[in-house]
Design a protein around this ligand. Structure first.
Ligand SMILES: O=C(O)[C@H](O)[C@@H](O)[C@H](O)[C@H](O)COP(=O)(O)O
Length: 212
């Protein structure tokens, strides 16, 4: 089911947004015998999903490179570090965990997994950063304004151009407020970063939304 047609190859709400369903979806995207690359977000949502993924012994983790969609500019042992979360969650799998650095060129991802803020930000592309999909850079350093109270730090973020090359995009978000922001982006009623991503993406978009 979609709220409205978008430029992307189509956005669909998954019928089941449970941790198990999301984990199965990601595992399906990473299955196969050739190297895979996935970009995962920070925030409060990924933890349980990453923990469930780490239990998937059926995944050829040695062939998987796990990148971050964004990180906070803090030491990796800082509680707000997304790379620190990644290490704690997936280090034992043997996957290649890639810290985000300016100047690197990310691969075309098999899957980009994004959360979304109530302000329509994705990765660390906050509305004040005015993201565009035609930029040459792949990783940028940004200062969100206003600084999010839960993580008041400068950020490193994949740019829209780096995100939209993905073979598939997955959005995981909760709550009716975010559903409304996403619905407006899908129907063209806002021009927030999420809307710009959806307009520029050519990949299918799978949305896992839950009330809580
Ligand atoms: O580093 C970050 O904070 C994330 O990459 C950010 O973009 C996050 O995905 C959204 O803010 C949603 O966060 P929740 O998962 O907490 O809703």
């Amino acid at each position: 089911m979609t709220d409205a047609p978008i430029a992307a190859a189509g956005a669909n709400y998954a019928p089941d947004a449970s941790i198990e369903a999301i984990t199965d979806f990601v595992a399906g995207m990473l299955a196969g015998d050739k190297p895979r690359a996935v970009a995962v977000p920070g925030g409060s949502t990924p933890g349980p999903i990453l923990a469930a993924l780490a239990e998937r012994s059926d995944l050829a983790w040695a062939d998987v490179a796990v990148w971050l969609t964004d990180d906070r500019c803090v030491p990796t042992d800082h509680p707000a570090s997304n790379f620190g979360l990644l290490e704690r969650s997936l280090a034992a799998t043997g996957a290649a965990l890639i810290p985000l650095e300016q100047g690197v060129t990310p691969p075309p991802f098999d899957l980009v997994w994004l959360g979304m803020g109530a302000d329509g930000h994705i990765a660390s592309l906050f509305p004040n950063t005015d993201p565009h999909a035609d930029g040459a850079l792949e990783v940028v350093r940004l200062t969100p304004d206003p600084l999010p109270p839960e993580a008041p730090f400068d950020r490193l973020s994949l740019t829209l151009s780096a995100l939209v090359r993905a073979r598939h995009i997955m959005l995981v978000l909760k709550g009716t407020e975010k559903r409304k922001v996403l619905g407006d982006a899908l129907s063209g009623a806002n021009d927030l970063p999420i809307a710009r991503l959806l307009k520029a993406a050519h990949a299918p978009v799978t949305i896992f939304w839950s009330e809580t």
